[in-house]
Design a protein around this ligand. Structure first.
Ligand code: FAD
Length: 468
């Protein structure tokens, strides 16, 4: 049987290789280290963790990444098995001994009779003879391969930096202060004239907000990242440093908007949030890309009227990060529409984080193996964490006309990506109405309980088919 080829032996590539080999299909991992390094990796081990040693929360009942851990364990993930075997104390989080973990993943793959590890860079598009390929080269994909991918798609298909604006859960926005309206009530293509959530600031609130921005701690770029500011994409704190009024003439301009709660008073500045996913559960803060430290972001953005209780699905950031404009370029099975022998996995697809990268590798590996074996593999439903994540990458995100390809920014798994659920308990055991955190906890527990049941059914169906 011809092997599946995987380019990149990081979190995604290692997991994909394991899933393919376990399905009985030969696989070759092409990993360029140590022949050629990256700016962040330090070893030649597979699945090297380049920064923190944490897989984040392991709580599968009220945390979305904990739920993803649960699903990956259910699907016999190598990354989770070796993470569990090499964990170090970290409270409710799953943190690992990075060297022991990477060595264990490498050893398991080296020992598998169906896995070959070929050390060397794939410096361009994969050879035409490879008919089933997974590209999992990560945020630091080598320039030669990135150029090859651009030649196959288009110049703007691949981003080399992310520029992430914070994303807020809709149900945490105070709509008694904020209101829905598009600037000048313009409907535009696909809009209604009331597409943005607007949060008004008076003069004192604006001045206090600018003071806080200027005083806040910022994250520095690493030396090898350079300073990737480009027109139209300056961090808000850099705009504020250029002049106290700059934001009021930029992303916070108050024109073309009337506060429906207070129509006679003109806002001094307005923060706009735009719908981010088709479900309408997440809204991004328009033009608010930032390098502020995470702790500072939540405090400062909660100074904005309407966002005083905001829960953030994602905070802002700007990093070196090679990733595809996936909603446009990939089909629902993570294949490049322009050349379906190429499938993508890991951070290059626009997911974010070690666990999410490994999770997409797991699914890509299973799909590649199924294709080689001529088996049908249904996609996991979007009510599972794995399904919700892949659905966001391949279609759930809304690509806006005005921002084009840049509107798709990397995303961690979070509850905002899960379809809404009906019938969540509204009262506690004492019969009292649930409010605030208790209500939010009940919703999260209902979402994870549903996800576990659906994943169990899906995995059971796949296992039964494989045993036929
Ligand atoms: C500096 C930095 C810090 C990060 N910190 C964290 C963090 O703390 N927590 C977190 O959850 N996420 C973090 N991330 C994000 C991300 O989750 C990780 O980068 C994760 O490793 C992505 O997994 P991956 O498999 O997609 O890519 P990687 O794990 O990077 O694996 C890609 C592999 O492909 C290889 N490769 C690249 N090009 C080629 C080629 N042409 N031919 C052959 N091999 C190639 C690379 O050598 C690498 O081994 C960080 C990212 C960066 C860049």
């Amino acid at each position: 049987m011809e092997p599946v080829h995987i380019i990149g032996g990081g979190l995604a590539g290692s997991e994909a290789a394991w899933q393919i080999a376990q399905a009985g299909v030969p696989v070759v991992i092409h990993e360029m280290r140590p022949v050629r390094g990256t700016d962040a990796h330090k070893t030649e081990g597979l699945a090297e963790l380049v920064c923190s040693n944490s897989f984040r929360s392991d709580d599968s009942s009220s945390n979305a990444v904990g739920q993803l851990h649960w699903e990956m364990r259910r699907l016999n993930s190598l990354i989770m098995a070796k993470g569990d075997a090499h964990q170090v104390p970290a409270g409710g989080a799953l943190a690992v001994d990075r060297d022991g973990f990477s060595q264990a993943v490498t050893a398991a793959l080296e020992a598998h009779p169906l896995v070959t590890i070929d050390r060397g860079e794939i410096a361009g598009l994969p050879p035409a003879a490879w008919d089933n390929v997974i590209i999992a080269t990560g945020p630091l994909t080598s320039p030669a391969l990135a150029a090859g991918l651009q030649s196959l798609t288009s110049e703007d298909s691949l981003a080399f930096f992310d520029a992430i604006a914070p994303i807020v859960h809709f149900d945490s926005i105070d709509m008694d202060q904020a209101w829905l309206q598009s600037r000048y009530d313009k409907a535009g293509p696909g809009g209604t004239g009331a597409d943005y959530i607007n949060c008004p600031l008076d003069r004192d609130q604006y001045e206090a907000f600018i003071d806080a921005l200027l005083a806040a701690e910022k994250t520095e770029f690493k030396e090898w990242e350079g300073t990737p500011y480009f027109d139209g994409c300056l961090p808000i704190e850099v705009m504020a440093e250029r002049g106290r009024e700059t934001l009021r003439w930029g992303p916070m301009k108050p024109v073309g908007l009337t506060n429906k709660h207070n129509p006679t008073v003109k806002a001094y500045a307005v923060v706009q949030l735009r719908q981010d996913n088709a479900l309408g559960t997440l809204f991004n803060m328009t033009g608010f890309q930032t390098k502020l430290k995470y702790g500072e972001q939540a405090n400062i953005f909660r100074m904005i009227p309407g966002l005083q209780n905001a829960e953030f699905a994602r905070l802002g950031g700007i990093h070196r990060n090679t990733y595809l404009n996936s909603p446009k370029l990939l089909d629902e099975r993570l294949r490049l529409k322009a050349d379906t022998r190429l499938r993508f996995a890991g951070q290059i697809t626009g997911c974010e984080g070690y666990v999410e990268s490994a999770a997409t590798g797991l699914l890509a590996g299973r799909m590649a193996a199924a294709e080689r074996l001529g088996r049908d593999l249904p996609m996991p439903p979007a009510t599972t964490a794995l399904g919700a994540l892949v659905n966001h990458i391949t279609g759930g995100h809304i690509v806006t006309i005005d921002e084009g390809p840049r509107s798709f920014q990397p995303m961690n798994i979070n509850f905002g990506l899960f379809p809404l659920i009906e019938g969540v308990a509204t009262t506690g055991p004492d019969g009292k109405r649930l409010k605030g955190p208790a209500k939010s906890l009940a919703r999260k527990q209902a979402l994870t309980a549903r996800a576990k049941q659906v994943m169990d059914e899906w995995a059971g169906g796949v296992e039964a088919k494989a045993a036929e």
